[in-house]
Design a protein. Sequence first.
Lengths: 455, 539
Amino acid sequence: MDMASDKYILVTGAAGFIGKPTVRHLLRRGWSVKAMVRASRPLPFSPQERLQVVYADLCDPGSLVNALKDVGVVVHLAAAKADEKWSTDVNVGGARRLVDACRRAGCARIINISSQSAKTARKGIYARTKREADLVFENSGLRVTTLLPSVVYGEEKSGVFGTVLKFVSKLPIVPVLGDGKWISAPVYAEDVAEAICLCIERDQTIGKSYDIGGPDLVTFDDFVDRIAAHQGLKRPKLHIPFGIAVMAAKVLVAILPKSPVTVSNVLGSNQNTNINTGPAIADLGFHPLDFDCGLRKVLGETELTQAVDGPGRKEEQYPAPADADLSAECLVFTRYLIDQAPPKELVDRYIAASRVLVPEEESGKQGAELRFVRRHPLALPFLDAAAGILKRKSLLRRKLLLMTAILEATPAYAGFFLSEPSHPFVLACGLIWQGFRSAIKVVLGIPVFWIAQKP
Amino acid sequence: MSNFSADIIVVGSGPSAVHAAYPLVESGRSVLMLDVGYRDTTYESLVPKQPFTQIRRTDPYQHRYFLGDQFEGISLDPLGAAPQITPPRQYVVRNTQIMTPVESRSFQAVESFAKGGLGGAWGAVAFPFLDNELVNAGLVPGELRPHYEVVARRVGISGCQDDLEPLRGVIQPLLPALEIDRNAEMILSRYERRREEFQREGVYMGRPLMATLSQPLGEREAQPYHDMDFWSNRGRSVYNPDTTVKELERHENFSYRNGRLVESFREEQEGVNVRAKSLARDEPEVFTARRLILAAGALGTGRIALRSLGKYDVPVPLTCNMHMYVPCLHYRSLGKSPKDRCHSLAQLTIIYDPSGDRDHLVQAQLYSCRSLLLYKLLKESPLPFRESLRAMRSLLASMVVFVIQFEDYQTPGNTCTLRRGENAGQDYLHIDYEPSGESARRAKKGVKALRRFMRRLGCLPLRSVEPGCGSSVHYASLLPISGEEKPLTTEPSGRLRGTRQVYIADGAALAYLPAKGLTLTLMANANRVGQNIVKDLAR
């Protein structure tokens, strides 16, 4: 773009997660930058030529007019991210004040950084205020480009990425809000900064909005797993149903001064937005890093080599189980399920089926729970219960299912699988009893599950 | 013209193929049916002719057909696309991905090389389309109605006239309705008591029209009510098109040649050359005929037509009914002993007319899921297996599944493209498919409403399972019937536009899929196309 060489680019939210790399990229590309920070924040930049730090606040129109002196382009990153009562004032009111100040200062170009969550149908406070702010900019008559980044990760561990990283490294079980199937395109903060610079340099981006994301679409579960894998960790996930997660977030926000999750987080990470990075790639010539490369940069080099060699996980190799192991396992499982010892024929069938249907075991990858049960058969009921909640797809559960299927297709055990008529009251009591037993086993099982995870 | 292999070549042996061939064989024309034609009765012949519970308690060989000799019946992963494709039925979908590959990120395509095609594993629910639905599909209601009757007589449809009729359509030659199981009886009577209330809200319930016999027909036996329909169909009570192949083979002017994978056709001045691969000798063969009928299944037909016309990399439309399973606990039947005498196919049909104008219907079938085995239910339970087994056992007889279906229109983004493979001479179908925002919204509303009605009928919905695009195995619209002169469409007569002697007789020709099983309509349309060719040849 053509801009007088004595003009500055103003970056609001310059001390933030995306702001810092943005300032750096702009300076590197030869622009003069005004980094706008609130007076209350410590100064994040070392003094250098072409960089001027201005103290201003989106809620103070006077300070904005001052900040916009000699500015040709505004990169608007500042926002109230948590669901706070002043979010509307900062995000929507701030946008209005910024637009006003731009008009007065004669600055016509704005790069507005919004969020994918502004595209969702059901919005929390953050998403709603960002959407309203986008409309303010779009209808301002100024030359606006809006960027809608997906999940952003970077050296400064903040936002969704920071929260997940913290959970993964500190908690033995990672809570996932919702079903874990939400799809995002994680993008490296440096790439977002790059996209911002490209927007400034290309005038065909004026009046458009772009989805900004990395090249990989990952589900939330996958997102957690990959972050764990890059730290050489493997974490079971606890899916918190959507409704409960929303309620929990409301409670946390109400009682904690700084809640780790907000209603916006829950809503935003459960509604897919059909991210389409095609236009950004076409118009900006934007080539973001893939998620694994980016994580390697952010979290360090060392662990990835181990992580890529299983399905994204660090997994130790064990010899394939011998027939004796499998037949012992069959005996333990059958006793557990139906209190009987299986005939030889059934043991053979179980061994054959294991070899066919559980190939991962043959190649030496075995679940920690299953290995633990081989060593401590008495732990089976508890581990089964805990895995049912924490790790539904664990090898232990899969093999128990296989055993159940084999038992079901055996006439001697048909009675365990076919229903008998009974009085509804007796039946209800039976159900409550089984539910009660399950609950007890889960409570006792979780510590056992924990112990089993330790190598 | 004695140098033709036959007057007419029919590709495929599924529901469309056999009923397209039928009128031609009857009129005395020589018909050659080319088909891959797998048939495997190893497992089916092991299944004793006994009720489900008796088999379960007595048959020592049951693991062979319930689980499969290679354990192919056991899936340890979450509920897949087609739990009804049990080991005895797996031959129906064998080898298709190897011989006719389909590539897609979002769509599971199922094809069949079996004798009888996908008709070897269908649910046997027969739906005549309504007039507006036929028009949307590109068909003329008045013209098609008589063909429904002809096909219904051939196939044997059991059913009765009930509340559903205005929304389901009528066919005349009905065998008496099948008996329904305990859950269905209770749910239906509950509906009947509150009928007005339900109908005011657009919900109609009744017994499905079923292509399974309540009385013997020809050599086929009546439904044995053994609750083994997902595992065995030995008396041929459930209609399988291979029965019609057998019937046609009694005519001298009909011949069935299996082991042939038809690859392409070329029109000559007079007649059509059909190039097929002989699978036994792995070499090409050429057959000739005056007319060619493509009825290889919508995807198969699309593939052959696109390849023959050299239309590589040209996207054609694809429609597919989206469907959804809603497992429910029918708590009012808890503790009651289930009837042993029942069948495992659809027990009841619900049609929901949200706008009251017979447009955008949503349809659901009710199944009891006892005979699909308990372990498949345990897979879905988070409880420890021991407790889960004991709890679920007493719930199993009260577990029902609603299979909800939605309509599908042609949408610009949903396409099927024939692409060249890496090796010369190889190609594959590429499918881009995603339900459009509009239809997804309508589906969501429909499911929500139906779940509300389920609760009022005494069924507690446990969850909604979306098995993914393509898993309904109802595909259509690759070469849609159109009145306009557009390339890669089918003329209203059934002739492939731009050809003189090639006809499309299967789902590829339907321009729209209502929220109803399409098989009966495919058969009726195929019969119509067959008769059009009879007339055409007489000219």
